[in-house]
Design a binder for this molecule. Structure first.
Ligand SMILES: Cc1cc2nc3c(=O)[nH]c(=O)nc-3n(C[C@H](O)[C@H](O)[C@H](O)COP(=O)(O)OP(=O)(O)OC[C@H]3O[C@@H](n4cnc5c(N)ncnc54)[C@H](O)[C@@H]3O)c2cc1C
Length: 503
């Protein structure tokens, strides 16, 4: 093991995945430099200013901040006090006559769907176990004998509690529902499908039961809002990384990663500078990493065959008079009772909190409302020209506003500002090809992509690798990269953490 001090680590991209990895490594004494192509950090979880509003670009719900949750543990380790506000209701689900407030208590769900009690009890047990496993480094997918040993150790220490995991390991969420006789109530299935689509990017028929157990647990674990917007997460991580001696360069992308044989030795920035690197962590999609290496075939189709992204998002950003939302939860899922989900038929609406004056001019709220969409038609329209693209954008805007109006009559008249992001926008602002956001559909825990690459000193981090999308997901993935780097290269000596701890 090489314990030479000050390994130079370059991180490509300042999304939450890249920054969490960078901050944890900088804390350990590694020499970390982050390059971000955009002018600001956060990627899909950034907050941007427009005409006096601070809009969350994509992610809006702060998950994983509960005690011992991945973001809580990260904050403790890095000395970050997240600027959190509690959400008494995680989000409200509205579809035809079903209107449920999702929160720590499952009371509302059980009142509406009483026969689902045993299912929720099992879901809670399974999710608790999975949270416990993911709080620590989860060596999945296993990369060598050490990982297998660690997994066996974890299974052994969980012992009897782990039994439900084996039963569900290969089951779809729908099959799991069928064990409880819950696969034939259309209203319940619609509810579950809508929850799964936003968290695991697919519906019960295809979602892995284990991934579903965690996804369905998110509202129960408690969600948070961050004063000033979700972009504060990346902002705080960047600040911590710098406090531990690292550097973050925004507005400076990486255009190439240089190899010698199977080892990375440097990166080239957009402005043409070559930066030497002992280790590179790419917070980008695998295809984008292939392009940076000049080797599109670098990642064989077999590797990570269950980790292909499928969805992008159509998002409207609105400045709306606040009286429209009186009595409503800050986050709301509005779902048409029939038809395939997404494409304007299912919405996730987030309204800036009334007590966060940083987010909107007085009397107004900053609203982000998104729907899943397939990227193909957007890029076709974009290629056809300005008019075709504008017409498609208009069509989606109309669909979204129509469904919003069904819940908030008068919202159109009370909207002072409105603009949209399409898959084309996502591609432009995050560098994700086809604007694929939200990670991969979590259909199985097998065949998923891990952070390792064919180069021993090059790693992937972010929602394209296990365990996938969301802030807790990418932070859990970041810990795995940190663990691999430390195991492979050793900690620099002495670590910054040691010197600060020892005073
Ligand atoms: C509409 C929407 C709603 C969501 N809602 C939630 C939610 O409520 N809660 C939740 O927890 N999660 C949510 N998510 C998911 C969450 O936002 C993502 O899973 C997570 O933010 C992804 O982080 P990442 O680090 O993988 O990548 P990204 O956020 O994509 O960051 C990658 C960064 O790398 C930069 N980059 C790319 N190429 C280069 C290059 N060559 N050089 C330099 N920089 C480069 C990009 O500009 C970007 O800033 C949502 C996502 C979307 C799109």
């Amino acid at each position: 093991m090489n314990t030479e001090s000050h390994k130079r680590i370059v991180i490509v991209g300042a999304g939450v995945g890249g920054l969490a990895t960078g901050a944890l490594l900088a804390r350990r004494g590694f020499d970390v430099t982050v390059f971000e192509r955009q002018g600001t950090t956060g990627g899909c979880a950034s907050t941007f200013m427009r005409e006096g509003y601070r809009f969350d670009a994509g992610a809006t719900v702060g998950c994983g901040f509960q005690k011992k949750g991945p973001l809580d543990l990260l904050g403790v380790e890095l000395g970050i006090r997240w600027p959190l506000m509690n959400c008494p209701v995680a989000w409200q689900y509205v579809s035809a006559d079903v209107d449920l407030e999702l929160s720590a208590a499952k009371q509302r769900i059980l009142e509406r769907f009483p026969s689902s009690r045993l299912f929720w009890e099992e879901q809670e047990r399974v999710a608790s176990l999975l949270w416990r496993l993911s709080g620590d480094v989860l060596p999945w997918p296993p990369a060598g004998p050490g990982d297998y040993r660690s997994l066996i150790g974890k299974a052994f220490s969980a012992r009897a509690a782990a039994l439900p995991l084996f039963r569900l390991m290969n089951a779809s969420a729908l099959r799991w529902l069928s064990f409880h006789g819950l696969d034939s109530d259309p209203a319940f299935l619609r509810f579950i499908d809508a929850q799964l689509l936003i968290s695991v990017q697919t519906t019960a028929e295809h979602a892995s039961a284990l991934n579903a157990a965690i996804a369905l647990d998110l509202p129960a674990r408690g969600t948070h809002r961050l004063t000033g917007g979700i972009g504060r997460v990346a902002g705080e991580l960047a600040r911590s990384l710098q406090q531990y001696g690292g550097r973050v360069f925004c507005g400076r992308g990486v255009s190439a990663i240089r190899l010698e044989g199977k080892r990375v030795h440097s990166v080239v920035t957009d402005d043409g500078e070559t930066i030497a690197a002992d280790i590179v962590v790419a917070n980008v999609m695998p295809e984008a990493l292939g392009a940076l290496l000049g080797k599109q075939s670098f990642f064989s189709p077999k590797a990570g065959k269950a980790s292909r992204a499928e969805w992008s998002a159509f998002v409207l950003y609105l400045g709306v008079a606040e009286n429209i939302f009186s009595g409503a939860a800050d986050h709301m899922q509005i779902v048409e009772p029939e038809g395939a989900l997404g494409e304007g038929r299912s919405l996730f609406l987030s309204v800036s909190p009334s007590d966060d004056s940083l987010r909107a001019p007085e009397g107004y709220r900053a609203v982000t409302v998104s729907t899943h969409t397939r990227p193909g038609p957007w890029f076709e329209a974009h290629e056809q020209g300005v008019e075709a693209y504008a017409a498609l954008r208009e069509d989606y805007t109309r669909r979204v506003m129509l469904l919003l109006s069904s819940r908030f009559p008068g919202i159109r008249r009370n909207t002072a500002l409105l603009f949209a992001a399409t898959p084309v926008t996502w591609e432009r602002y995050t560098g994700r090809s086809h604007g694929f956001v939200g990670g991969y559909p979590q259909t199985s825990i097998f065949g998923v992509r891990g952070p390792q690459t064919p180069c021993g000193n090059l790693f992937l981090v972010g929602d394209s690798v296990f365990p996938g999308q969301s802030l807790p997901g990418v932070v859990t993935g970041a810990r795995r990269v940190v663990d691999l780097v430390r195991r492979k290269f050793g900690d620099p000596v002495p670590t910054f953490a040691d010197t600060t701890r020892d005073g």
